[in-house]
Structure formats: structure tokens, C-alpha cells
Design a binder for this molecule. Sequence first.
Ligand code: HEM
Length: 268
Amino acid sequence: MAEQTSTVDPAKGGPSRIPSGTGRTGRMEAVRPGVPRVRWWRRPWVAPLAVVAFAFLAFSLPPYLSLDPSLSRVPPPEGFAAYHPLLVAHILFGAVAMITCCLQIWPWFRQRHPAVHRLAGRVYVLGGVLPAGALGLVIGAFSPFGPMARVSNVILAALWLAFTVAGFRTARQRRFTDHRRWMIRSFALTMSIITNRIWGAIAAIILVPQLDTAFGGSETALVQAIAGLATWLGWTTSLLLAEWWLERGDAARRRRRTAVGTRPRLSA
Ligand code: HEM
């Protein structure tokens, strides 16, 4: 039986009682009794996250919008003529995933606009992650940045697709606790393209001065080392952070349950 949870219904201006996890007919997220609802502007991560995502897109997209391969930051692998169009398509679908993902992860928006949340969720999955991930698998397997980057890209693309499909299926099955968990993992991988660039900059700062010592003067070896580190660290650290976030929430819920269970009962 569904657990009953108190929610604040803004349409009625007061609290109402609906089953927790209600998705198609009611609020996506219930507010627990006794836990004050945190307003969106008091959640410090929502606005900075959107700013970082838009800054990334504003920097990354322009060279690809012209469809001119000579402006690409990724050298096309030899003998693969379709590489550039596939890369551009991957980037455009990736941008759809990134923008919708910022909207989806915003608790205030999910609570206030559950119908738009469901629509944007379909766009995220069908118009973002599925095409971008499938294209990521192909271009990832032919990455010009060497074997370490190829293996990482293919594993990342496969996990991105798998987590997102699991999140979509669990939403369709109205298993909203599982849906939330899979989509947080999917979100972490979508955003890992940004952490990838941060790790790339750190790796470049550390490794470029070692070109002649650690890499024997080989620029190819240096670039492959930087790209390999950036792609592996980008998604593994994001995913670890997501798992820590989920575990932290579970631990807090367990503590609350234990506290309720051990509270002395008042006899009638
Ligand atoms: C999470 C799964 C993703 C995978 C597996 C993936 C895979 C790839 C691959 C293989 C490349 C070619 C470079 C290389 O060989 O390393 C690439 C480039 C690129 N991807 Fe993705 N990607 C993912 C997500 C995203 C997302 C969400 C975006 C957001 C727009 C994005 C934007 C880009 C851009 C802009 C480039 C061109 C490189 C540059 O200009 O710096 N990717 N991606």
C-alpha cells in the first residue's frame, strides 16, 4: 500500500494528502511532515548548475553549428568520412539532454509543473540521451584520442544509455523511488562532460611541462594521456558523487525511521 504523505497544494493554498510517489495525477515530490519546504532560490546549486551548463554550451557549440569540419576541436579519424556529421549530431542531441536535464533536476519545477516535467522527461530521453548516447558509442569507439579514451567513451555511452532507459522504464512503471535513483545517475553522466573538461585542464597544467621528460617529446602521447585522464576521471568522479548523494539521502531516511521507531509512545 502506498505510504500517505502530506503535501502543500499551492492551487488550494493549503496542505493536502496524496500518496507519496504520485506522478501522473499529483505532485512528483511529497513534502514530509515536519520538514520545511526549501524554496528554489534557497537551493544554492540550481542556479549555478544552469549557469555552468549554459556557459559550457556557449563555449562548445559554436564551432560545430557552422558544420565546417575545419573548425572542429576534434581531429576526424582517417578514413571515416561520416565522423564529423555524426559528431555534430551527437553535440546537438547532447545539448538537448543537458538543457532538459537542468530543468528536470530542479525540485521546485517538478513540484509545480508535473505535466511539463513528464514532457521534458520524454524530450530528455528520446530527443537527448538516446540519440546522443548511440552516436557517442560510435564516435567514441573511433576516438582520435587513443585507446584509453576509446574504452572510456564506450563504457560511458553504454552506462548513460542504460541508466536513462532504466529511469524511463521505472517512471512508466510508476516506481518513482527507483526512477529518481536512476535519473540522478543519468544526470551525473550527462553533466560529466563538464567535469571532463575541468579534469582535462588540470591534467594539461600538470602534464604539459613534462612533455620532454615523461613523454619523450611526443605530443601525441601527451594529448592521449590528457584526454584519457579527462574522460575517465570526468565520469567516474561524477558517478561516485551521485552514489554518495543517494547513499547520504538513504542514510538520513534510515536515521529518521529509527528515531520514529525508538520514540517513546504516549499511552492513551
Ligand atoms: C555522457 C555521454 C557522452 C559520451 C559517451 C560522449 C562522447 C563523445 C565523444 C566520443 C566525442 C569525440 C571526442 C572524443 O573522441 O573523445 C565527444 C565530443 C563532444 N561531445 Fe560528447 N559525449 C557525451 C555527452 C555529451 C554531452 C551531454 C554533451 C553536451 C552538449 C556533449 C558535447 C560534446 C562536444 C561539444 C564535443 C566536441 C569536443 C569539443 O569541442 O570539446 N557530449 N563526445
